[in-house]
Design a protein around this ligand. Structure first.
Ligand code: UT7
Length: 322
């Protein structure tokens, strides 16, 4: 069994906020943000929700694949910023697109969430349990940002990306992946949700916003991701010369450039869109994949590495042929 991505789609909020726009709300500058992160603008929600963006991305992915929602068997939504704790976003997507036969649930592995969801879909398809899936990464991170913490809030954006995947039963398997978690270091990037509020509880309130030790995250990404990609290539019996494109989590341009340098690879093998959309956590990889698909950068037979890393800590790399 092999798994193919047959269609991609993405959705971004209509409002674009440039670095200069941010200077109206905080002490910052276009120069500081660009130099440290490579980010020039991001889309921020003025009403779009994780579910509405995910639904739009899924409808576009189905249209791109030429498939019908009623035939979808599995929907996985990776998100760490859903509007609702219940029902899960994936069930809202199921209702929104009319995929009445599908099983739907969410996955939270932060910025590695889409990658882990794609690997989960592959594992279900490989087991023979389902024949196809919609895999989505969707975030409205702007609602969990502390807009008074200029070191963190300037990095992130809102958006959603989706892929439609299908099993090719008789084909040789070319999909391969490695994935890791390091919970011991997890508190370097965190966000609380609800405090215990029963009448017996007397504890302190937690922050409901994202807090990050930026330098530690930087070191983690630049240190671990080349090792992780090499591990995935070894597992697949491939070398970096066999890979056409490396589609990495779009955390910031400096991280991607450092990874390319450590791997002794030219940066043009690492497409980016972080300049225009910022870091969209689980949505980053599928939105970039959709852009590469629609602008003709992806040719049949190309070998791609996808690599995600983020809160948890979670990280991994997947390799497959387009
Ligand atoms: O999905 C994973 C997501 N996380 C990441 O990608 C984070 C990775 N980390 C980074 O990219 C960098 O650590 C940051 C871009 C977040 C921060 O860069 P840094 O070089 O580590 O800056 P810093 O936090 O050490 O701050 C340096 C200076 C400080 O001023 P002083 O103390 O030197 O006077 C900050 O107050 O820059 C100041 N600063 C800012 N200035 C203008 C912090 N944020 C800003 C800002 N605008 N937005």
């Amino acid at each position: 069994m092999n798994m193919h991505i047959l269609g991609t789609g993405s959705a971004l909020p209509s409002t674009v906020v440039t670095n200069d726009d941010l200077t109206k709300y905080m002490e910052t500058s276009d120069e500081w943000i660009r130099e440290r992160t490579g980010i020039g603008s991001r889309h921020l929600s003025t009403g779009e929700t994780v579910a509405s963006l995910a639904i739009e991305a899924c409808n576009k992915a189905l249209e791109n694949a030429g498939k019908k929602a009623e035939d979808v068997e599995l929907i996985l939504v990776a998100t760490c910023s859903p509007e609702m704790m219940l029902p899960c976003c994936a069930c809202q997507v199921q209702a929104g697109i009319g995929a009445s036969k599908a099983v739907a649930f969410d996955v939270n592995a932060a910025c590695a969430g889409f990658l882990f969801s794609l690997n989960t879909a592959y594992s279900y398809l490989k087991s023979g349990m389902y024949k196809n899936a919609l895999v989505v990464g969707a975030e409205v991170l702007s609602k969990i940002m502390d807009w008074e913490d200029r070191t963190t809030c300037i990095l992130f954006g809102d958006g959603a990306g989706a892929v439609y995947v299908e099993a090719a039963e008789d084909e040789e398997d070319t999909y391969s992946f490695v994935q890791h978690s390091d919970g011991v270091k997890g508190m370097v990037l965190k966000c609380g949700t609800r405090d215990l509020n029963n009448p017996l509880y007397k504890g302190e309130e937690q922050s409901k916003f994202v807090w990050m030790d930026g330098r530690e995250i930087f070191k983690f990404a630049v240190g671990q991701i080349p090792v992780c990609i090499n591990e995935a290539m070894d597992k697949a019996g491939l070398t970096k010369d066999n890979i056409d494109l490396f589609i990495l989590h779009q955390a910031n341009k400096r991280i991607i450039s450092s990874i390319a340098k450590r791997m002794e690879l030219p940066e043009d093998r690492f497409p980016t869109n972080v300049e225009r959309v910022g870091n969209m956590s689980s949505a980053a990889i599928p939105v970039l994949l959709d852009e590469c698909n629609r602008n003709g950068q992806l040719k049949k037979g190309m070998r791609l590495v996808l690599s995600g890393f983020g809160a948890g800590l979670t990280f991994g790399a997947s390799i497959f042929s387009w």
